[in-house]
Design a protein. Structure first.
Length: 212
C-alpha cells in the first residue's frame, strides 16, 4: 500500500474505485481577520512527478512557492475562487469558503477540465454550480495531508493568497499584512486597536468587531 504523509493515499484509493480524472479542491484563509478566503481546484496527471507535495501549512514559504510554480506548469488544469471580506461578513466564513470552492471548480470546468471525481478538504462538500453536470464529490478530513491532488490545491491557494496580502500591504501598510497575511497575531490585533479596521478587514470577526 502506498502512503502519503504516512496515511493511505486518497488518490490511490480513488483510482482503485475506478476514478480516472480526479480534481482536488482546498481553501485557505478561514482564520484571518482580514482579506479574502481563497480556494483552488487542481487536476494532476498520473505521472506528474512532483516531489514533496504536502499540506501547505507544513511547508516553508519558499518551498511552497517553488512547488506552486511546478504545480501550475505540470497540472492538467488549475483555477482559483475568491470570496472577499464583505461577503464573508454577510454569510459567515464556512459558507464563504464553500462558495470559493464552487467558484474554483467552475473556473476549472470553464478551462475544459472534465473530472469524474472531486475530492474536497474538510467536512463539507461545496454547493454544486447549477449550470454544470453533476460529478461525484467527496469531502475528507485532512485531505490536504492524504491526497497529493488536494495538497497541490492547498499549496497554490496559499501562495496566491499570500501574494494578494502582500499587495494589500502596499495599500494599507500600517497593519503588517506582508508579515502575518491577515492572521490574528498580537501585532495585527494591536494595529487594529490603534488604527481601526480598514476596507479589507472582516467586520464580524472577534478582534475587529470589538475595535470599532
Amino acid at each position: 500500500m502506498h502512503t502519503f504523509g504516512h496515511i493511505q493515499c486518497l488518490d490511490e484509493w480513488a483510482r482503485r474505485q475506478g476514478y480516472r480524472e480526479i480534481v482536488g479542491v482546498d481553501e485557505v484563509g478561514r482564520g484571518p481577520l482580514a482579506g479574502p478566503v481563497v480556494a483552488a481546484a487542481v487536476m494532476l496527471p498520473d505521472d506528474h512527478g512532483i516531489a514533496g507535495l504536502d499540506d501547505s501549512k507544513k511547508l516553508a514559504a519558499r518551498r511552497r512557492e517553488k512547488l506552486a510554480v511546478e504545480i501550475c506548469r505540470k497540472a492538467a488544469g488549475w483555477a482559483f475562487g475568491l470570496v472577499g471580506p464583505r461577503r464573508i461578513d454577510e454569510v459567515n466564513i464556512r459558507q464563504a469558503s464553500l462558495e470559493a470552492m464552487a467558484q474554483a471548480y467552475q473556473e476549472l470546468w470553464a478551462l475544459g477540465v472534465r473530472p469524474d471525481l472531486v475530492m474536497v478538504d474538510g467536512r463539507d462538500v461545496f454547493p454544486w454550480p447549477e449550470d454544470l453536470p453533476q460529478v461525484e464529490q467527496r469531502a475528507f478530513i485532512k485531505a490536504d495531508a492524504r491526497s497529493q491532488t488536494v495538497a497541490a490545491a492547498s499549496i497554490i491557494a496559499k501562495v496566491y493568497r499570500d501574494a494578494l496580502m502582500r499587495e494589500y500591504h502596499a495599500i494599507f501598510p500600517r497593519y503588517g499584512f506582508d508579515r502575518h497575511k491577515g492572521y490574528p497575531t498580537a501585532a495585527h490585533k494591536q494595529a487594529v486597536l490603534e488604527h481601526g479596521p480598514c476596507e479589507i478587514h472582516r467586520m464580524t470577526f472577534r478582534g475587529v468587531e470589538d475595535s470599532r
